[in-house]
Design a protein around this ligand. Structure first.
Ligand code: PBG
Length: 329
C-alpha cells in the first residue's frame, strides 16, 4: 500500500484546513501605531506609507473610536515635533503639556479603556535625529537614559498605561523602572524594544516624523553604535534577558519579517510576552508591490501577519492592523 500517510487529506478544503490550522489572527493580537501632529483638522497621508496618516488631536478622537469599534484595544503613540521645538537634549520631550502628553489625555478622555503605550525615545525631539544626546560625535549613554526615564515619567503622569523605550541605550529600562517605582507609578508597564536592529527598513517612519539623523560633521550618520548589528543572533537573547531583569513587562523584536529567527529564538528563551514590530519599510514594500500589481495586497498582508504569530509573537505592532481586522471580520 502506497503511501500510508497522505498529508494532503488535511488540506482538501477550507473547512478541514481551518479545523487543523495552528495559527489564527484576531483583533487581540494587534498593537496599532499612531502618528500625531500639532494643529487642527489634519489627517495627512505619509508619502512613503500609502493609506497611513498623521492625525491632529481633534481627528485622532474619531480614529480611536473607530479602532475601538473594530476590536483594536491597544495603541502605540508617536509624535511629530515641530522643528523649532527640537534640541540636542530633547527638552520638549519632558514638557508636561507637550504633544505626546496631550495625546495620551485626549485618548483616555474619548476612550478610557483603550490601552495607551507611548514611544520613549529622543529622535523625534532631537535636532540631530538621534535617540540620545550627541556629544563629541557620540551618543552619550547614561545622560540619554536619564532623560528617557524623565520622559517616561511624564507619560505615566499623563495617563499612559505602558511606556515603550525604543532607543537601545544600555540600562534605560532599569532607570525608567526605578523612577516609576519611586514616583508611585507601580502599575505602569514597560514594553522594551529589546532586540532592535539598526535597520534600513525604518526609512518611511523617519519620513513620517521627520526624524532621520541629520547630515552634519560630528553627528553620527546612522544608529549603529546603539541599535543592534543585523548579523547578530546570540546578542538578541542577551539584550532581551537584560531588559527583563531590568523590569520590562513585555519585550520586542524589531523589525519583523527579516528577524523571524530572532523572534523564535527569544520565544524559546523567555517567559514574558513578546511583541514584534512590522516596521514602516515592510509596510511600504507590500504597498508598493501591490500598487504595481506585482503582489496581492491582502494575501501578502495576511501571510506576513500569520508568520509573526507562528514565529512566536504574542503582540504584533502593525500598520496593517485595521486592514487585517476588516478583512477577517
Ligand atoms: C525611533 C523609532 C524608530 C521606529 C520606532 N521608533 C526608528 C528608528 O529607530 O530610527 C521605527 C518604526 C518603523 O519603521 O515603523 N526611536
Amino acid at each position: 500500500m502506497y503511501p500510508l500517510r497522505r498529508n494532503r487529506r488535511l488540506r482538501t478544503n477550507e473547512a478541514i484546513r481551518s479545523l487543523v490550522r495552528e495559527t489564527t489572527i484576531t483583533p487581540n493580537d494587534f498593537l496599532v501605531p499612531l502618528f500625531v501632529v500639532e494643529g487642527k483638522g489634519i489627517k495627512d497621508e505619509i508619502a512613503s506609507m500609502p493609506n497611513y496618516f498623521r492625525y491632529s488631536l481633534d481627528l485622532l478622537e474619531g480614529e480611536i473610536k473607530e479602532l475601538w469599534s473594530l476590536g483594536l484595544k491597544s495603541v502605540l503613540l508617536f509624535v511629530k515635533v515641530p522643528d523649532n521645538l527640537k534640541d540636542n537634549k530633547g527638552t520638549e520631550a519632558l514638557n508636561p503639556n507637550g504633544l505626546m502628553q496631550r495625546a495620551i489625555k485626549t485618548i483616555k478622555n474619548v476612550c478610557p479603556d483603550m490601552l495607551v503605550m507611548t514611544d520613549v525615545a529622543l529622535d523625534p525631539y532631537s535636532s540631530f535625529g538621534h535617540d540620545g544626546i550627541v556629544q563629541n560625535g557620540m551618543i552619550i549613554n547614561d545622560e540619554s537614559a536619564a532623560v528617557l526615564s524623565q520622559m517616561a515619567l511624564t507619560h505615566a503622569q499623563a495617563g499612559a498605561d505602558f511606556v515603550a523605550p525604543s532607543d537601545m541605550n544600555d540600562g534605560r529600562t532599569l532607570q525608567i523602572r526605578q523612577l516609576l517605582e519611586n514616583e508611585g507609578f507601580k502599575n505602569t508597564g514597560i514594553m522594551s524594544y529589546s532586540a532592535k536592529y539598526a535597520s534600513a527598513f525604518y526609512g518611511p517612519f523617519r519620513d513620517a516624523l521627520d526624524s532621520a539623523p541629520v547630515d552634519l560633521v560630528d553627528v553620527p550618520k546612522d544608529k549603529k553604535t546603539y541599535q543592534m548589528d543585523c548579523g547578530n543572533r546570540i546578542e538578541a537573547i542577551r539584550e532581551t534577558l537584560m531588559d527583563i531583569d531590568e523590569g520590562a513587562d513585555i519585550v520586542m523584536v524589531k523589525p519583523g519579517l527579516s528577524y523571524l529567527d530572532i523572534l523564535r529564538d527569544i520565544k524559546n528563551e523567555v517567559d514574558v510576552p513578546i511583541a514584534v514590530y512590522q516596521v514602516s519599510g515592510e509596510y511600504a514594500m507590500i504597498k508598493a508591490a501591490a500598487e504595481k500589481g506585482w503582489l496581492n495586497h491582502d494575501q501578502v498582508m495576511m501571510e506576513t501577519t500569520i508568520a509573526f504569530k507562528r514565529a512566536g509573537a504574542d503582540i504584533i505592532a502593525s500598520y496593517f492592523a485595521k486592514d487585517v481586522v476588516k478583512l477577517i471580520s
